[in-house]
Design a binder for this molecule. Sequence first.
Ligand code: ATP
Ligand code: MG
Length: 385
Amino acid sequence: MYKSFLVKYGEIGVKGKNRYIFENMLMEQIRHALKTAEGEFEVTKEQGRIYVNVVSDDYDYDETVEALSRVFGIVGFCPLLQVEDEGFDKLAETVVDYLGKEYPEKNFTFKVNARRARKNYPLDSMEINAELGGKILDAFPESKVDVHNPEVMVCIEIRSLINIYSKEIPGPGGMPVGSNGKAMLLLSGGIDSPVAGYMLAKRGVHISAIHYVSPPYTSERARLKVEQLCEKLTGYCGSIAFFCVPFTEIQEAIKNNCPEEFFTIIMRRLMMKIAQRICEKENCLALITGESVGQVASQTMNALACTDAVCEIPVFRPLIGMDKTEIIEIARKIDTFETSILPYEDCCTVFTPRHPKVRPLLADVEAAENNFDFSELINEAVEKT
Ligand code: ATP
Ligand code: MG
């Protein structure tokens, strides 16, 4: 029945002269998302509205809805009937026919909400509301008008064509990916970091991902798992550039030269240093991690301070105040959970100290790290990324 969708997007951040940038990015992300749906679509902007029009003879409605409900920036979208103006009687007939098909149970309460963008239509909005309401009541005597809290809001927009819709499917909200610059996600194979990437993408940040591998301590399957997580994220985040850092030599150097209690914290500092070098090349303005206060020894406030001391760009930790159960709930929603729990080792679990320092002091960490000059190994890792 539907050949079009009306896309509703939030007003925040779309005021003034930035509006068209926001809209264009939203349209671009919609086009990207619709590649997963069977059918051919055209995304257009008319009079400050974004429409998705089906241009192929056939398309998959469920896949289309699925794709649109992942595009950040969309608040809701309405399956739309678009008809030519062939007079009011014909319009009323079409609306009655439409409601008959869309609502099998006819004992709904409704309200007609007409808007006239084209003032030369013979009836004004109040008249359309009243006349059309009467026709609907005639056709479905079990239905009732409720102007305050209707179950069905019958929207009629008189434009060059006439839009008829009554359903709004919720979108994910947020802002279109790309409208807030680019950042580098430190992506492990765990549960948390994919969720962290999702949350920044929701705010319009275009994500690149960096992953550290330590063969032969970590396996090829572990890396493939992370690629798979990336692929799952693209459904929400658009395209993701994936950087894989060979980290074995650095980890061995830490193990052979630094006190065991500082292994993890030094490793995290070196990860941050490498990530920032890639950020420079890739124009990423911040780092993103899946850390949450107190979850493990390297995520106490002292430890986070030691990590942040080597960061010259902001580090975003969107999960910082969340419980594991809350994080898992999102991981399930975005379908990364089942992949994340596959039991392959991460480089973080290689050479894990038996007794990590829970409240490390920066001076001690720096002293421990200075046992070895890591700069050559860092350069090499960056080159081989
Ligand atoms: P996650 O579930 O994301 O693995 P975690 O609770 O296991 O997080 P840690 O292992 O301490 O926590 O890692 C903290 C953060 O460091 C991760 O959320 C991720 O952002 C980053 N990280 C850890 N290991 C890697 C890796 N091998 N490659 C890239 N980033 C990593
Ligand atoms: Mg982990």
